[in-house]
Design a protein around this ligand. Structure first.
Ligand code: SF4
Length: 127
């Protein structure tokens, strides 16, 4: 199987090291550019099964604000992000919304819930 060199940014911490990753198929042969061992772990996970935490906003009806920020409770397969985005874009959630509230369970059959990341009061509630 042919070797390839991939460029990626490690997102395991805010430093964001630029990695050069030599791979053969899904096997990591060599990693350069990492400042700590977590960079190697990131590269191996990214090559084998890339995942991301999904974050966006959902529309809210009857709330003090028209949208509420949400995120996936765990990382989801990167290849499913587009499907998840479409599914979440269809939602309209009634206010009030509580932080941590499950907005959409098992999004797209991933086993991961979409949850609210802030409280959002209904229009008639006091601050
Ligand atoms: S390799 Fe280490 S220092 Fe660099 S971004 Fe990843 S976790 Fe941070």
């Amino acid at each position: 199987m042919e070797e390839r060199v991939l460029s990626m940014i490690c997102v395991s911490c805010p430093v964001g090291c630029d990695l050069r990753v030599r791979v053969q198929g899904k096997k990591v042969l060599d990693v350069e550019g990492h400042s700590c061992p977590r960079g190697i772990d990131f590269a191996e996970a990214e090559v084998a099964n890339p995942t991301r935490v999904f974050a966006t906003t959902v529309r809210v009806s009857g709330g003090k604000l028209p949208v509420c920020p949400v995120r996936s409770r765990q990382a989801v397969p990167k290849e499913r992000l587009f499907d998840i985005s479409k599914e979440v874009a269809r939602l309209v959630v009634p206010a009030p919304v509580d932080i941590g509230q499950v907005i959409l369970p098992d999004v797209c059959g991933t086993g991961v819930d979409i949850v609210a990341t802030r409280d959002l009061k209904a229009k008639e509630e006091s601050a």
